[in-house]
Design a protein around this ligand. Sequence first.
Ligand code: F6P
Length: 503
Amino acid sequence: MISSRTWTKELLRELIETHLGGVRFIVVSNREPHMHRYGEGGDLECIETTGGLATALRPILAATKGTWIAHGAGNADRDTADENGRLAVPPQNPSYTLRRVWLTPEQEEGYYYGFANEGLWPLCHIAFKRPVFRMANWESYREVNRLFAQAVIEEAGTSPAIIFIQDYHFCLLPRMLKELGHEKLVVAQFWHIPWPNPEMFRPCPWAQELVEGLLGNDLLGFHIQNHCQNFFETVDRSLEAMIDREGCQITRGGHVTSVRSFPISIDFEAAEALSSSAEVEAAMEKWRRRLRLGDRLLGVGIERLDYTKGIPERLRALDYFIETHPEWRGRFTFVQIAAPSRSHLPEYQAVEDEIEGLVDHLNWRWGRGGWQPVVFQKQQHGPVDMTALHRLCRFFIVNSLHDGMNLVAKEFAASRTDNDGVLILSRFTGAFRELDTALGVNPFAIHETANAIHQALTMEPEERGHRMKGMRQKVAYNNVYRWAGSILSQLLKLDIPETSHGS
Ligand code: F6P
């Protein structure tokens, strides 16, 4: 069913209309696709928070009149939903239902900040941060998974439904759904972060319960095959189950979970179109002026402010590069954009302080006569501003210490319709498996990143073009519609009860 043609929104819609008649589609994620909040001055704002994921899932939700269930976290979310937490979205062109689940501050603290982001996040990323496991957080995590299970059952009613769960916030949900005895549910989950090897997973006191919960899925997806292998090994060490690595499935208590890789991606065509727009041209001009760029070359890094992204390592690499390549002093500028994220947690505050300290140090050590090597902006920028930076830069750095995929790298390649610009990419990202003509680096080896910066600044245009073309072809082909289409095609091979699928 997977086409060798380029996947498009239309092809995805065709697949749904032909094969998913009568099936409801329910997406579950922690982060809601549309959040309402009161801005400064009390104005009501609606922000799209899940970006590419919402773009890919919208055609499926629209065609199946589906529902997206998520935590209502905005301060105006209650005022904009009905008494059951429901509203039609996207606001400009409503095509599916958003069902918001309300959590108390204690539940959010224990389940989201606590167990998911102080426990599972460092456990799975292997970024040398100690995971924190507190009994109270585990209890909140279980409680919130149960709340979401109730919401799914309410939304599914008695009709056949596909439940598509996102990420590490909901390890227990699949099993809970199966135990609630709704026989017409097909449950799938996509794990957006890495799955570590069994030794790294072992410190979690509830490792077995998590794995048991995930095996409630009919289909479990990871970004890359290596994460699937790690999951097989973890199951092997944690509980009694029949593991068929060749057939990509695990059988436990008579129930089969199919485990496969589906590398997530972006809407390549939309990113290209944005990149060629007049708004982006205007934003490039604005950046040029703001940065007083002149004929200096530009380096850029854009991400959430997260310790897994390797920002301090990148700044140390820049410091080493300037020290060892005096000929480049004053001839380039590096812009680091970091969107505040989970800043409530001590490890996130610590990395922010570390970054600010390193930026100050670099600019103090090397700044001369109006030139400062690093411009640091701790704020969220919109797609137009970010695309303008993609287009303006000579090199773009993604040196995550570990990353499931990294869509920022793919966005950079999509923006470079001129087949120029150099991507410096951590070999420890899922994206490096596809973007293998990027300059690969071990993010922990400062000298390697420094050498890559030098290589990027001195690379001939032909080589830049050749490398960029290779990356762009990969992203154009493996776009987000292929990701969603591949998952749906795999689901359709499973037995979906009482539907017209395959007819
Ligand atoms: O990469 C995992 C992930 O959960 C993404 O799905 C999400 O975009 C990102 O982390 C941001 O996380 P949060 O929703 O906690 O801000």
